[in-house]
Design a protein around this ligand. Structure first.
Ligand code: PMP
Length: 294
């Protein structure tokens, strides 16, 4: 459920009054960047890491945020507080701004637009997926290569991912697995991917994927638990032969994938490695030690 209040360019306004210009190049071209951040137990999880990635994505597109880091933190905190966002999600969107259409006119735009949306997301709604796992289909679409648009940047151009999701939905699957241009496993349409074989846990190395903040957290948590965490090239065969496959993301947290392209993975049920890592991740999110409380 969308929160009652939205931050738009310096003001927190009621949801119905939250508006941006139709001339905004974020709307016209998808010319912008964004972040999706989990909120748990009245804490914004890994806010600094998300803002750092937002700033990097913006720098990549040569968009200069109107706000300093401290002001971005304050805006996120204010939005979460005004929405009494106990559990949910903050979406920060930063676009190049409004002005004449035409890419050639980007120097004539006003200041970049900044919007922060709060969304209440009860964890219970996802409980069934954590318990039963999800089904993936292998998308016919390759992840856009870094030579075209570097997937490290979280830009508002999600067409590649949306097309993959549409394929999965049409096939009756809940997630879309995407390969990179070389045919290695990249990520799913909105999350990073891991597989486990015994105590060895593997995930695609950086290159054709978003450098997921949850991915990094899970790698660190896994090492702390004595698992052998490895970033490497993976093929579909590695996933087919794994004991467990799971997705990671800020909102997804850790979602087991129990079927890929009609094949059962491991026991066909969510496994203990995903379960243990998810428990550790939840504990960290609830503890507040890596969250900004409000
Ligand atoms: N890959 C893609 C394509 C994503 O959109 C996301 C975020 N939803 C992720 C990975 C996971 O990133 P994070 O853990 O930083 O949320």
């Amino acid at each position: 459920m969308i929160g009652d209040h939205v931050y738009v360019d310096g003001d927190v306004v009621p949801r119905d009054e939250a508006k941006v210009s139709v001339f905004d190049h974020g709307f016209v071209y998808g010319d912008g960047v964004f972040e999706g951040i989990a909120v748990a137990n009245r804490g914004i999880f890994k806010l600094e890491a998300h803002l750092s990635r937002l700033e990097d994505s913006a720098r990549y597109l040569a968009i200069t945020p109107a706000l300093s880091r401290n002001d971005l933190v304050a805006a996120a905190v204010e939005t979460a507080r005004r929405n009494a966002l106990d559990d949910g999600y903050l979406r920060i969107v930063l676009t190049r701004g409004a002005g004449p259409v035409g890419i050639r006119n980007i120097d004539q735009l006003g200041r970049p637009t900044l919007v922060i949306i709060a969304q209440h997301e009860a964890r219970e709604a996802r409980e069934r997926i954590y318990r039963d796992g999800q089904t993936a289909m292998v998308s016919s679409l390759r992840r856009v290569p870094a030579e075209s648009v570097d997937p490290k940047a979280k830009t508002c151009n999600y067409i590649n991912n949306i097309l993959a999701y549409l394929e999965a939905k049409a096939a009756g699957a809940t997630t879309a697995l995407m390969l990179d241009a070389r045919g290695h496993v990249a990520e799913t349409y909105a999350a990073n991917i891991f597989c486990a074989r015994g105590r060895r846990v593997m995930t695609p190395r950086l290159g054709a994927i978003l450098n997921g903040i949850t991915r990094q957290t899970v790698i660190e948590l896994g090492r702390g638990l004595g698992l052998d965490m490895l970033e490497t090239d993976l093929t579909l065969a590695d996933l087919y032969c794994a004991d467990e496959v799971f997705e990671t993301g800020s909102l997804a947290e850790i979602k087991p994938v129990v079927r890929i392209g009609g094949r059962s993975i491991g026991s066909g049920r969510p496994g203990p490695v995903a379960g243990t890592l998810h428990g550790a991740l939840r504990e960290l999110m609830i503890s507040g030690t890596e969250s900004v409380r409000f």
